[in-house]
Design a protein around this ligand. Structure first.
Ligand code: SAM
Length: 263
C-alpha cells in the first residue's frame, strides 16, 4: 500500500462507502468544494456541455450514484437554459438514503420540484431493480464520481447497458490517472495528505477519507477502463471523434470522461 495505508478488503468496501457518505451527506456539497478547491464544478460543467442533454429534443436520463443531485440539476438546467427544454427528465439513483434526502431537499427549492422531470430512487448501481428500471428505457446514463465506489465495475456497466435504449449514451466522469510524472507527484502529495486532513476536520472520520483516496488509486487507468466499457458491449469514443482517444482527460488526467453508445 502507499504511504502505509492499509488495503481495504472488498467485503468491507460497501459498508465503508455507506459510512463515509452517511457522515458527509449534509455537508457533501461543501466537502466537494473544499477538497477539489471548487474544480469539480468545472469538470461537471464540461461533462454536461459535452453531453448536450436536450439538444436533439427531450431525453430520458438516469443518473446513477447521483448523490445529492448535482448532475441531475445540471442536466435539467442545461436543457432548459440552452434548448428551452422542460421535458427532459432525470431518475436519480443512489445506494445511500441520506444523500438522496439531501438531494430531495435541494430540489424542493427549484422549479423542478413536484414535476415529472425529477425523481429520487434508492438502488444499487450493480443490480438495478428490473421492474423499476426496465431494459431499453433511457437515452442517457450518467455516473459521476460513483463507479469507483462500486465493488464490481463490470456489473455496473452491464446494468447501464441493460437500461439504455439502443443508441443511448453511457457517460462516466471519474477520477483517473495523471499523465505527467511531476504533476502526478504533486497530486499524490495533495491527495494523500490534504484530503484525509480536510475529511478529519469536517467529519472527524479519517479512515473513510483514506479509503476514498485509495479507491482513486485502485481504479483502472483510462485505457483499461475504456476496454471494460467496450467489453460490456458499448461502442466507445464516438463523442471524441476527431479529437483522438476513447476518453477525454480533464486537468492532465486527474479526472476523465469516458463515453459509450449502446449498439
Ligand atoms: N454523482 C454525485 C456527484 O458527482 O456529486 C455523487 C458522487 S459521490 C462521490 C458517490 C455516490 O455514490 C454516493 O452518493 C454514494 O452513496 C454512491 N454509491 C456508492 N456505491 C454505490 C452503489 N453501489 N450504487 C449506487 N450508488 C452508490
Amino acid at each position: 500500500t502507499h504511504f502505509g495505508f492499509q488495503t481495504v478488503p472488498e467485503e468491507t468496501k460497501e459498508s465503508l462507502v455507506r459510512n463515509v457518505f452517511d457522515s458527509v451527506a449534509s455537508s457533501y456539497d461543501l466537502m466537494n468544494d473544499a477538497m477539489s478547491l471548487g474544480v469539480h464544478r468545472l469538470w461537471k460543467d464540461e461533462y454536461i456541455a459535452l453531453l448536450k442533454p436536450g439538444a436533439k429534443g427531450p431525453v430520458k436520463c438516469i443518473d446513477v450514484a447521483g448523490g445529492t443531485g448535482d448532475i441531475a440539476l445540471r442536466i435539467l438546467d442545461s436543457a432548459r437554459e440552452r434548448y428551452a427544454d422542460r421535458e427532459t427528465s432525470v431518475d436519480v439513483v443512489d445506494i445511500n438514503t441520506e444523500m438522496l434526502k439531501e438531494g430531495y431537499k435541494r430540489f424542493k427549492k427549484t422549479m423542478y420540484h413536484n414535476t415529472s422531470q425529477i425523481a429520487f430512487h434508492e438502488g444499487n448501481a450493480q443490480a438495478l431493480n428490473e421492474e423499476k428500471f426496465p431494459s431499453n428505457t433511457y437515452d442517457l446514463y450518467t455516473i459521476a464520481f460513483g463507479i469507483r465506489n462500486c465493488t464490481s465495475v463490470p456489473d455496473v456497466l452491464k446494468e447501464a447497458y441493460r437500461v439504455l435504449k439502443p443508441g443511448g449514451t453511457f457517460a462516466c466522469l471519474e477520477f483517473s490517472r495523471v499523465n505527467n510524472p511531476l504533476f502526478g507527484a504533486l497530486y499524490d502529495q495533495y491527495s494523500f495528505s490534504v484530503i484525509p486532513l480536510i475529511g478529519t476536520i469536517l467529519t472527524g472520520d479519517r479512515a473513510s477519507y483514506q479509503y476514498l483516496v485509495e479507491s482513486i488509486r485502485k481504479f483502472p487507468p483510462q485505457p483499461e477502463f475504456a476496454k471494460m466499457i467496450a467489453d460490456a458491449g458499448f461502442t466507445t469514443g464516438g463523442m471524441f471523434e476527431g479529437k483522438g482517444g476513447a476518453w477525454r482527460d480533464l486537468w492532465g488526467g486527474i479526472a476523465s470522461i469516458h463515453t459509450g453508445v449502446k449498439v
